[in-house]
Design a protein around this ligand. Structure first.
Ligand code: BG6
Ligand code: MG
Length: 226
């Protein structure tokens, strides 16, 4: 039996359910190269969870480049065109290991499932991965005005599930996403690197390592430690 206080799970998409974070990086890297500079995977950590507009603003600052309003719009379109080209190769097999099982177990326990992604491409990717049907709500880059680390995305997600933040757990691979979850009053499971995500309530490298029972155990351990 799961922890009855937890009634909803809010999942980030890119880097949590599928490995699209690498495609975002490749598309941005191609764009910066077009603009005459480069940026590293380490610098890309700062862009995880960040909206398309805020990402381009960050990169222009990094490369000390200025664009006109029209150029800025054109580059946003170009980046997304390249990103869409890259994700064309995706199939349901691109769901990260253990994710399907975790979603199925959560559903079986009667837990509500929501998406909290900054990406405007999220509905397309869920469809490609064939997992849209698991989600009781989908909050994406089209539904919010403030990018992570602002908690808006997860607060809206919880309200869409008719739940309070303290009844939900957020799953995130980005520091901006962990910050957003904590600022909204959610517990947050970091998916990825322990060092990078050290502010999360607990961290796992992925759902291969974190099945539903392990998640429930970690939650109870955390509660006992309070
Ligand atoms: C987030 C990604 O999920 O979505 C970011 O972590 C990305 O890297 C952001 O920039 C916006 O995505 P999109 O698909 O709307 O450009
Ligand atoms: Mg992410």
């Amino acid at each position: 039996m799961h922890n009855p206080a937890i009634r909803g799970l809010l999942f980030d998409l890119d880097g949590v359910l599928c490995d699209t974070a690498k495609y975002h990086y490749l598309a941005w890297k191609r764009l910066t190269n077009e603009l005459g500079f480069d940026f590293t995977e380490e610098q890309n950590e700062e862009l995880k969870g960040v909206s398309r507009i805020d990402s381009l603003t960050y990169l222009l600052k990094l490369g000390e480049k200025k664009l006109t309003v029209e150029q800025f719009e054109d580059f946003l379109i170009l980046k997304n065109t390249w990103y869409l080209e890259l994700i064309k190769e995706m199939t349901p097999n691109h769901l990260l290991p253990g994710v399907l099982h975790f979603l199925e177990s959560s559903k079986k326990e009667g837990i509500k499932i929501g998406l909290g992604s900054s990406s405007k491409n999220a509905p397309l990717i869920l469809k490609t991965l064939n997992i849209t049907g698991f989600f009781d709500c989908i909050v994406d880059g089209n539904s919010i005005t403030k990018s992570k680390p602002n908690p808006e995305i997860f607060l809206f997600g919880a309200s869409q599930l008719n739940l309070q933040p303290n009844e939900c757990v957020v799953f995130e691979d980005a520091t901006s996403g962990v910050d957003a979850a904590l600022a909204g009053g959610f517990l947050c499971v970091g998916i990825g690197n322990q060092k990078t995500l050290n502010k999360a309530t607990f961290v796992y490298s992925g759902f291969k390592e974190l099945d539903f029972n392990t998640f429930v155990k970690s939650l109870s351990q955390y509660e006992r430690s309070l």
